[in-house]
Design a protein around this ligand. Structure first.
Ligand code: C5P
Length: 235
């Protein structure tokens, strides 16, 4: 495991602060890192981010910022000044990444770039006017993220091995799209198991429904942690 601590980031894909806090409480010590995405942010805003951080847990604020540089810089500055989430996402376009790095200043928040949305395929890129193959665009954006002093990349577990070779050892690689073998895949088509993603170079795994919709979310986390430890201790 490349991350010495618990690698799980639980996606709080719920629609209210109360529900999010109840879920965190149920999970207890089995996870210490939570993702607040657009839906929950729209419902509960920075005050929830601050509330979670105040309990000693880490927050991954997944807002995927994308706007003119000045706006991204100022929004990043606001976010860092008010809550300093552990991770904040921005899109992997050079001007956006550079603006976010400027806005972050000396805050401890780590900036992660989204290269190409994992739901995108070649048709979606063609729709934007890009003829570049998805994999080549991911490669290009990882290189630009590194050159822009971005701290990490969000990528599919199926591309994490390649991203690790381009990103180098220090960048944090975070992979959603992870499911234990046998777990319900929901609407996910391309998934890897937690152990596979870590083996291929991921530092953190974003896991949502497998935990949040489980009858016992704490137990669901513990089972994943157990599953991750097995192949490693067998080596
Ligand atoms: O599928 P699951 O419920 O585990 O998704 C957890 C989180 O990961 C969600 O917040 C979703 O937006 C994100 N995700 C993603 N890319 C994927 C699959 C899920 O960013 N391919």
């Amino acid at each position: 495991m490349s991350n010495a601590d618990n690698p799980l980031i639980i996606a709080l894909d719920v629609d209210s602060a109360d529900e999010a806090l109840r879920l965190i409480d149920k999970i207890g010590p089995a996870a210490n890192f939570y993702k607040v995405g657009m839906e929950l942010y729209a419902a509960a805003g920075m005050s929830l981010v601050k509330q979670i951080a105040a309990t000693g847990r880490k927050v991954f604020l997944d807002l995927k910022l994308y706007d003119i540089g000045e706006t991204v810089k100022r929004a990043t500055r606001q976010i860092c000044a008010s809550a300093s989430p552990a991770f904040l996402t921005v899109h992997g376009s050079r001007s956006v990444m550079q603006a976010a790095v400027e806005g972050r200043g000396d805050s401890p928040t780590k900036l992660l770039a989204v290269t190409v949305l994992t739901s995108f395929d070649q048709d979606d890129l063609a729709d934007l006017g890009y003829a570049t193959p998805v994999a080549d665009l991911v490669d290009l954006r990882v290189k630009k993220a590194r050159a822009s002093n971005i701290d990490g990349i969000v990528c599919s577990p199926l591309e994490v091995a390649r991203v690790r070779t381009l990103a180098g050892a220090d960048m944090k690689l975070v992979t959603p799209g992870v499911r234990s073998a046998g777990a319900d895949k929901g609407d996910q088509k391309r998934v890897a198991t937690p152990a596979e993603a870590l083996r291929d170079g991921a530092d953190y795994l974003v896991i949502g429904r497998q935990v949040t919709r489980a009858a016992d979310p704490r137990r669901a986390c513990e089972e994943i942690l157990y599953e991750i430890a097995l192949p490693l201790s067998a080596n």
